[in-house]
Structure formats: C-alpha cells, structure tokens
Ligand binder design. Structure first.
Ligand code: TYD
Length: 224
C-alpha cells in the first residue's frame, strides 16, 4: 500500500484552521482521497484524556515544563495510535495543530530551554515529521476577536486564549520564524482574507503538493 500524506495546520488563536480543514477534507473526499481529520491536543483516546487537563488550566500551576511534557505525552500517543497507522495505510491525515504549536506555545512563550524542547519533540513525534505544514497567519487582535465571537461571550477564554496580546504577538512571530527556517515543509497562509479566498489558496497549495509528491500516492481511483 502506498504511503499517505501528513499535513498539519498551525497558527495563533482564531485563525480559522478548523473551518478550513473541514472544507479541505470535503473537497478531498469528493476527489476520492482517503482523508482523516484529527487535532491536538487530542486525536486518540489517551491524548483526549490529557486534553482537558491542559486546556482547563489544571496543569498550569505546575509550570510550562510540566505542560510541555503533557503535550508531548498526548502527541506520542496520537502519533503511534492514529497518525502513523493511517499514513502507513495510505490515508491523507489533516491535523489541527502539531509539533510547531509546542515549539511556539511551550518553547518560545513558555521560555523553555530549546535543547529540552528538541529532545521532547523527537521522542513525541518519533520521526513522524509532517510532509506539509500550513501556517495560518493573522493579526492577533483579529484572531482573538474571532475566537471570542466563535465561542460566545458567556464562555470565558481557555488557558491559552486568555494570555496577553504581547504573548500572542510573540507567537505569531515565532510561527513565521519556523516557516522561514523550514520553507520546504511550511507555507504561510494569509488568514485575514475571507474564508472563500483562504479556501482557494489552501486547496491550491495542498493539491499541488499531493500531485508533486513521489510516485506513491493514496488517491483511490474510482472504478470506470
Ligand atoms: P483548541 O481549542 O483545540 O483550538 P485552537 O487550535 O482553535 O486554538 O486549543 C488548543 C490550545 O492548545 C491552543 O491555545 C494552543 C494550545 N497548544 C499548545 O500550547 N501546545 C501544543 O503543543 C498544542 C498542540 C496546542
């Protein structure tokens, strides 16, 4: 069976990743690709159990290193239980956040030693580097406005949304720095445009990458 393809979607709060992942998955399924949509933290039963601990803020008092270890534990389970088996059986996996979120949220804005973060990343992903990463870029003021509108004013911000604008700005810069450092893996998407424009850009980038990849591909050709 041909290997699948692993695409991750990254960026700050309210960038519209989830909507775009759903739209892309629909388009791909219409073209008979075998697609799996997943997310982090979470995506496997073990990782979903850790998700609540992280997003409720229950782990926050124990410090960013503890949170980084929990994200890594969740990621390792998600990779081994879900992502790797899917890619090995030829599926295209679309994942809402992955290792770059840890690099940015825990590493950069958690001020964790880069060597510690590198070691943790290697253990967590165990070689499962994304084939392609779309970095959704948006001004954090607009992103946070969208995130608030999406959840409704009565529900408060989560563990990470509630942080200061300066922190969200550092995250934006850190995601852009990753894209600049790894241009063969990362594409920056201007997420400030309207959803249809973003969809168009995302679809074009992903289909171009799928068509350009080495002979192995997971597209199932419909019987004539
Ligand atoms: P979530 O509500 O799933 O979604 P969104 O991607 O729309 O923000 O929130 C996940 C939060 O967890 C988000 O604030 C980023 C944070 N996060 C990290 O800090 N490190 C990580 O490794 C991951 C995967 C997420």
């Amino acid at each position: 069976m041909a290997r699948g393809f692993f695409i991750t979607f990254e960026g700050g709060e309210g960038a519209g990743k989830s909507t775009q992942i759903e739209r892309l998955a629909m388009k791909m399924r219409a073209k008979k690709y075998d697609v799996l949509v997943s997310r982090e933290p979470g995506g496997s039963p073990g990782a979903e159990a850790v998700r609540h601990v992280l997003l409720s803020g229950a782990a926050e008092p124990f410090g960013p290193k503890m949170e980084a270890l929990l994200f890594a534990a969740a990621r390792s389970d998600h990779v081994e239980q879900v992502i790797r088996p899917a890619v090995e059986r030829g599926t295209v996996v679309l994942c809402d956040r992955f290792m770059d979120s840890s690099r940015v949220y825990q590493g950069v804005t958690g001020n964790i030693d880069p060597a510690f973060m590198d070691a943790l990343e290697q253990v967590a992903i165990n070689g499962m580097v994304p084939d392609m990463t779309l970095i959704f870029d948006i001004d954090p003021i607009e992103g946070l406005r969208r995130a608030t509108a999406r959840r409704g004013a009565e529900d408060g911000p989560d563990r990470y949304e509630k942080e200061t604008l300066a922190i969200h700005q550092r995250r934006r810069d850190a995601f852009l720095a990753i894209a600049a450092a790894e241009p063969e893996r990362c594409i920056v998407i201007d997420a400030s445009s309207d959803q249809d424009t973003v969809e168009h850009v995302v679809t074009a980038a992903v289909f171009a990458a799928l068509e350009a990849r080495a002979p192995a591909h997971s597209k199932q050709v419909a019987p004539a």
